[in-house]
Write a protein that binds this ligand. Structure first.
Ligand SMILES: [Zn+2]
Length: 212
């Protein structure tokens, strides 16, 4: 076991929230490889302040921060820093979370799990039943925008144990949803996600096997 750390398992197709203090590292691990992770961050003190994709794009001057750069909130305060990337490095911050209407429009009949519902249920489980659904940080998502403006919907290229590390710069709720999308091929293989949290001075396991 890693001392003084926390592990959050997000089963395939589900969502979970975990409390992270300013300065701590969140290590988002694709356990089986091939899974997109819709990720959000809300300020613990006031969840009406949250990571904002549009404010982050304006802050960094690009579609996704580079390593070492910060994601910012809807009040333009740095909330997460992009610390490490042990994956192909392909992520998205332009596509909305999947939701019930998305699946209905794709032709699915009946209820289908979605990242929007996963976010709402994860935050409700930690006492916040009324939460907005910001544009997520779509970790591992491989949907490049082409020079002609079109978007390509490609499968994520992650392998077993690939990971991204984010450092909380404020006290946050981090929410991760193992995207249940199975009608288009953004997930190469649907599986569970593990979020490991440890203080910056402590070793952070890069693979699940390192934590046991
Ligand atoms: Zn989704």
């Amino acid at each position: 076991m890693v001392p003084d750390s926390a592990h959050m398992l997000v089963p395939a197709g589900e969502g979970r929230a975990i409390r992270i203090a300013a300065g701590e590292l969140a290590h988002i691990i694709d356990e089986a490889g091939g899974q997109v992770v819709d990720t959000w961050a809300f300020c613990q003190q006031d969840i009406s302040e949250f990571h904002s994709a549009e404010h982050t794009r304006a802050s960094v001057g690009k579609l996704f921060p580079a390593l070492g750069e910060a994601f910012v909130t809807n009040r333009r305060r740095p909330i997460l820093r992009y610390e490490e990337d042990h994956s192909p490095g392909t992520h998205d911050m332009l596509i909305a979370a999947c939701d019930p209407t998305r699946y209905e429009q794709l032709g699915f009949m009946g209820w289908h799990a979605s990242c929007e519902e996963n976010l709402r249920s994860a935050m409700a489980a930690v006492g916040h039943s009324d939460v907005c659904v910001p544009q997520p940080i779509n970790v591992f998502m491989n949907t490049p925008f082409l020079p002609d403006g079109n978007v390509r919907w490609l499968s994520t290229r992650t392998g077993i144990g690939d990971s991204v590390t984010l450092r909380a710069l404020l006290d946050i709720w981090l929410v991760a949803s193992a995207c249940p999308q199975d009608l288009i091929d953004i997930n190469a293989k649907r599986g569970s996600i593990r979020v490991t949290v440890a203080r910056g001075s402590e070793p952070v396991p890069r693979r699940l096997s390192d934590a046991s």
